[in-house]
Design a protein around this ligand. Sequence first.
Ligand code: FES
Length: 110
Amino acid sequence: MIRVHFIAANGTEIATEAAAGQSLLDVGQAAGLPLEGTCEGQMACSTCHVIVAEDWFAKLSRASEDEEDMIDLAAGATRHSRLACQISLDDSLDGLVVHIPSEAHNMQGR
Ligand code: FES
């Protein structure tokens, strides 16, 4: 089991458990977090933007150029931003901490 801690925009911590191979987006959505994931992992929407805790950011495999381009368009992006749909969980990520950006609600284009 891989434990993932999400920190909601209001500071609430949500502890979840994931299986190896699951995407961070799936885990966050299953936990009821406001990660829209409109394009279902096609790197075309950035509504799955999360901010990875600094200690963990370096442990993730690097973002592709396409992912970085899409993050540039995400509201509230930081140096530790990633697209949750592009993060595949494995045992080395047990204990991962990610923050849900507070802008998540404002960027759904409705
Ligand atoms: S779900 Fe659209 S970029 Fe991740």
